[in-house]
Design a protein. Structure first.
Length: 241
């Protein structure tokens, strides 16, 4: 277990890294318009990006497209503008990120774009590789979670036990990969941690106690939620999953 003194040093170091990234950004981008992150008015694919931007103190526009009410969930607010809102950009999609003259779609591409700007893609080649692995593992987990939430056949409570059993198998693998490290890439906070925290948090809401058998995953979530700005991001950006 981390001592109180060790935890304080740990959080201070994380805060210093974020402040350094902010200083570097401000020295180069003071004259640029605010970046725009656009997505549906839910957590979904954009929430890890929101968490990352909040952690980095990035002043950005959080643009949200509001779906209609159930059962139709009208999406015309997006589809009416999809082919024009990004000009001649060939891959209009949600989420999208407009950063000066750069337009980025695909959630992991956005995460990597921001991470590279702020040195959160790994301090070493090995950490960068581990970060990439967990970004893709995170997408696989998200797809399974989305299938339970949106694409299931049958009642939620009927299919949940099967999902929970499969989830436990994957949590065992995440726990093994994390090992004794503070973060999934190793000793350095990276972009994949924002993705994994969001997905572990979502799954804890659906499968109560799913992390009880994995103390290192619980510690990871506790440490992440204590990072500067992460608490504010979690409370202001929650909404539906």
């Amino acid at each position: 277990a981390r001592s109180s003194t060790g935890m304080e040093s740990f959080l201070v170091a994380a805060s210093i890294r974020a402040d350094d990234a902010v200083s570097q950004r401000d020295s180069h981008c003071t004259d640029q318009a605010k970046p725009i992150l656009a997505y549906w008015a839910i957590r979904g694919l954009a929430q890890p990006i929101r968490l990352l931007l909040e952690y980095l103190h990035v002043d950005y526009e959080d643009k949200r497209f509001e779906q209609g009410l159930a059962p139709a969930f009208d999406k015309s607010c997006w589809y009416d503008v999809k082919d024009t809102i990004l000009g001649d950009y060939p891959f209009p999609n949600l989420p999208y990120f407009v950063d000066g003259d750069v337009v980025v779609t695909q959630s992991n591409a956005i995460i990597r774009h921001v991470a590279r700007q702020h040195n959160l893609h790994g301090a070493t080649p090995d950490e960068a590789t581990r970060c990439d692995i967990m970004l893709e593992e995170g997408m696989d987990l998200r797809n399974r979670t989305v299938a339970l939430a949106y694409g299931r056949s049958g009642k939620f409570e009927d299919v949940l036990p099967t999902y929970a059993a499969t989830l436990r198998t994957h949590l065992q693998r995440y726990s093994l990969f994390l090992g004794t490290h503070d973060w999934f890439a190793g000793g350095t906070l990276t972009a994949c941690d924002f993705v994994m925290y969001e997905l572990l948090d979502q799954n804890q809401l659906m499968v109560r106690g799913c992390l009880d058998a994995f103390p290192n995953l619980r510690t990871f979530c506790t440490n992440f939620s204590a990072l500067p700005r992460s608490q504010r991001a979690a409370t202001t950006n929650h909404g539906h999953t």
